[in-house]
Design a protein around this ligand. Structure first.
Ligand code: SUD
Ligand code: ADP
Length: 292
């Protein structure tokens, strides 16, 4: 391990779920999903400062060591490879936490790729996916391709060509959503709404690749569930439409609400207007490659 590699900096991009159908609840408590994941141009920056520490230390993430996805990766990587080391890691968080943008999962995937490179362990993508899936359901996506149809618990991946002809405005509504809570709310909602899990899936791959965004028939199973609790999301949908969004939805299990725009100037103006109203808003683009 060459000393001049440190600090070793990596980018860790956010994702949005352009479509997210929750199919059913499984015996293991997880849910099968069918989703279109798209990486976007908002990234955390992670510095591996040293790998010769007496114990692991992660700065910059608001999580307990036991729940921190970076610590989990270090543990899983050590146990998979038999390597003996501890790390000091520093994170510049730009991706809001608990926002449905996959920041914790992306951090985990980026660190795994970096460790594989630094230690020349030559693990293949499938090995990394096996390790990543132990850390979190969304981690495998960030190991494979910047746009994909994702199913199973999150580990079944079909890479697709990423489009780059639209713009996305991400809006933080001012609250976080815990993913486990959101799935529990969804189960309760499904009990009161027979047929909820049977909603038809549009042909998402074809629509994504070939249809104008205004024609996308995508949806997110969490949206009706979240609207019951957070009616402000409906206000955000109306606002984004007023500013010219041609498709809107919540990302993942929330809380981020986003709008897709055909024109950069409309997306930029929407951001400015949303900020004037006190919202935190970010104009991003879909990524067709992993940054860094
Ligand atoms: C909803 C989605 C959509 O992309 O993302 P986020 O909104 O969290 O970003 C994912 O399914 C979230 O994946 P991730 O955030 O990695 O979840 P995990 O840490 O593995 O699991 C947290 C909890 O969510 C529930 N969970 C997660 C994934 C899944 N397919 N079924 C589930 O039921 C379980 O209750 C689990 O204990
Ligand atoms: N490296 C990390 N980055 C962000 N959050 C993390 C990380 N490790 C653990 N967490 C915990 O995971 C929770 C969900 O994180 P995050 O991945 O940002 O959101 P989401 O699952 O909604 O996409 C956070 O509230 C935080 O407590």
């Amino acid at each position: 391990m060459a000393k001049d590699k440190f600090p070793y900096m990596i980018f860790s991009p956010a994702k949005v779920n352009l479509h997210l159908k929750i199919l059913d609840r499984r015996a293991d408590g997880y849910h099968n999903i069918f989703s279109l994941f798209q990486c976007v141009s908002m990234s955390d920056r992670i510095w591996i400062c040293s790998l010769t520490e007496p114990s692991d230390l992660v700065d910059g993430v608001d999580a307990t060591p036991g729940s921190n996805t970076l610590i989990k990766v270090l543990n899983e990587f050590r146990s998979y490879t038999g390597l003996d080391f501890f790390a000091h890691i520093r994170v510049e968080k730009n991706i809001p936490q608990g926002a449905g943008l996959g920041g914790g999962s992306s951090n985990a995937a980026s660190l795994l790729k970096a460790l594989n490179e630094i230690f020349s362990t030559q693990l293949g993508v499938d090995d990394l996916i096996e390790i990543g899936a132990k850390v979190g359901s969304d981690v495998p996506f960030f190991l494979k391709s910047p746009a994909a149809i994702v199913s199973g618990r999150g580990e079944v991946l079909k890479p697709i060509r990423a489009r780059d002809d639209f713009f996305i405005v991400l809006v933080e509504p001012g609250f976080c959503v815990n993913t486990s809570d959101a799935y529990a709310w969804l189960d309760a909602y499904a009990e009161g709404n027979p047929g909820f899990f049977d909603m038809q899936d549009p042909n998402i791959e074809e629509q994504y690749l070939f249809f104008e965004p205004e024609k996308w028939d995508f949806y997110n199973s969490f949206l009706p569930v979240l609207l019951e609790r957070f009616p402000i999301l409906l206000d955000l949908e109306r606002l984004l439409r007023t500013y010219g969004a041609v498709y809107t939805n919540v990302s993942g299990s929330g809380s981020t609400f986003f709008g897709v725009f055909n024109y950069e100037s409309d997306a930029h103006n929407a951001c400015v207007s949303l900020k004037k109203k006190g919202f935190s808003a970010h104009c991003v683009r879909p990524l067709s490659f992993f940054p860094g």
